[in-house]
Design a protein. Structure first.
Length: 369
């Protein structure tokens, strides 16, 4: 397998966690004799600093010419005073639109080894395994008109939430397809009691469900879903929702895993997939070697699954992550009773590579018998 991967380390802890994801991908390539070609480009604050744009043309061109894009994190407080369309985050929004990935997949898994690190009681979090499917290219983040105007000393801000049937249908098919490969339960989240966009969302998802009779569909208002994510997370299998709700709910789901640093994501549906950890740039800990790289490493596994169609290799990375956690190795954000050793970011990356080598040795020994 040959894969051309554009790497966008970005800002803050982005370069640190991305380096470990690349370390793991190189280990996978060596074990399975794949060829992964990496091209690094700037995005976000670092791109503003060196190229005057949060998404320079050379970066976008490289992304469009690749098989997949691996992103670290975007955002830097030094650019908060810039207009919204000039800030680092605007580069990420432009990239998402250019790549066309309309479905954002965000798994949230409660590993047994981390049950004591969640703010939830272990008996509540343990066993939760949720896939949040977030619509990524519509809603308030992209709707027009939008803006901030001042009239006679009175400022007025406007954002527009807008969805078409086609936008809802395409992401719903992704979510139902994912549910078929899991436990065949799908929860569609909206606010249909007050929002017309949510009423259309509910009607459309209900109609799409007729194509998937094996999947059980339920509808929940977003406020009820937010409560149940905390009180009964094991009730969920696949959660389907729109852009803003998905952004908030998937971050809330981090409490199930113990840390936002554990969450990976994949943006699919377009010609080129975009893979990134859910956490932000965390400038307060950047450069200290303490950032959690598990989310970035798990994002690399999703890259192999969805862009490389390398399911075995993706599962091996996920198994290696679990082995490292079971052995008691932690970054500071997931330190708990089961911690054997608080490791640096780079140490975690090497431990995952070591676990991958062990998995490969066991596989070869099994086939040799």
């Amino acid at each position: 397998m040959n894969l051309k991967i554009t790497v966008l380390p970005g800002d803050g802890v982005g370069p640190e966690v991305t380096a470990e994801a690349l370390r793991v991908l190189r280990a996978v390539a060596a074990i399975h004799r794949h060829k992964f070609e990496f091209t690094e480009k700037p995005i976000g604050g670092v791109a503003i600093k060196h190229a005057g744009s949060p998404l320079p043309p050379v970066t976008l061109e490289a992304c469009l010419a690749s098989d997949a894009v691996l992103l670290g994190a975007v955002g830097s407080p030094e650019y908060d005073s810039l207009p919204p369309n000039k800030r680092p985050e605007s580069g990420l929004l432009l990239l998402r639109r250019a790549l066309g990935g309309f479905a954002n997949l965000r798994p949230a898994i409660s590993y047994d080894a981390l049950a004591d690190t969640s703010p939830l009681r272990p008996e509540v979090a343990r066993g939760a395994d949720i896939l949040i499917v977030r619509e990524l290219l519509g809603g308030l983040y992209f709707g027009e008109p939008r803006g901030l105007v001042n009239s006679n000393g009175n400022s007025v801000a406007t954002n527009t939430m807008s969805y078409s049937v086609n936008e809802i249908e395409r992401v719903a098919h992704i979510a139902f397809g994912a549910a078929l490969k899991r436990r065949r339960r799908l929860t569609s989240v909206d606010k249909a009691n007050v929002l017309e966009t949510s009423q259309l969302w509910r009607q459309t998802v209900t109609r799409v469900a007729h194509d998937y009779p094996e999947v059980t569909l339920e509808h929940l208002y977003v406020d009820a879903c937010a409560m149940h994510l905390i009180t009964t997370p094991r009730r969920f299998d696949v959660i389907l929702t729109e852009n803003l709700f998905g952004d908030i709910l998937s971050d809330e789901a981090a409490v199930i895993t113990g840390s936002l640093g554990m969450l990976p994501s994949a943006s699919i549906g377009g010609a080129i997939g975009l893979y990134e950890p859910v956490h932000g740039s965390a400038p307060d800990i950047a450069g200290q070697g303490v950032a959690n790289p598990f989310g970035a490493i798990a994002s690399a596994a999703m890259l192999l699954r969805y862009s490389g169609h390398l399911e075995q290799e993706a599962q091996e990375i996920e198994e290696a992550i679990e082995l490292v956690l079971k052995a008691g190795y932690r970054t500071p954000d997931i330190k708990g009773e089961g911690t054997r050793y608080v490791a640096k970011t780079s140490e975690i990356g090497q431990l995952v590579c070591d676990a991958l080598a062990e998995i490969a040795d066991m596989r070869h020994a099994y086939h040799a018998v």
